[in-house]
Unconditional design. Sequence first.
Length: 132
Amino acid sequence: VADNRDKLLELGTIALEDGHIVESIMAFKAIDNREGLLLVGQDCLAKGRWDTAFEVLSLVNEVGKLIELGEKCLADKQYSPAMKAFQAANNTEGINKVGDTCLRENLFELALEAYSISKNEVMVSFIKENFG
């Protein structure tokens, strides 16, 4: 059993180094290797692979990295993925930041969605009364 675990750990590491993200995730998941999965998540985060980063970081429940992902998505104007990352991290402040940004950019539906998720009733009412 330990031998198989070592082989899967090696396979996951090599796959990650070679850019084979799916294979790396599968290998690390098979042996429940949190550290390996976190490396995959960080690699995806660094390379702008938001969906995969979200999937992996959610899997290992890495709140700090999910918040970092949310911030990077927000800076890249990827508002829905940013919302998703902040929501997975249970970060109301980040979700409201998405709402504020969307409101400034006249993206009222996305702003409404963000404020609804964060239960910011004041802003939900404001958008509905003024833009909706």
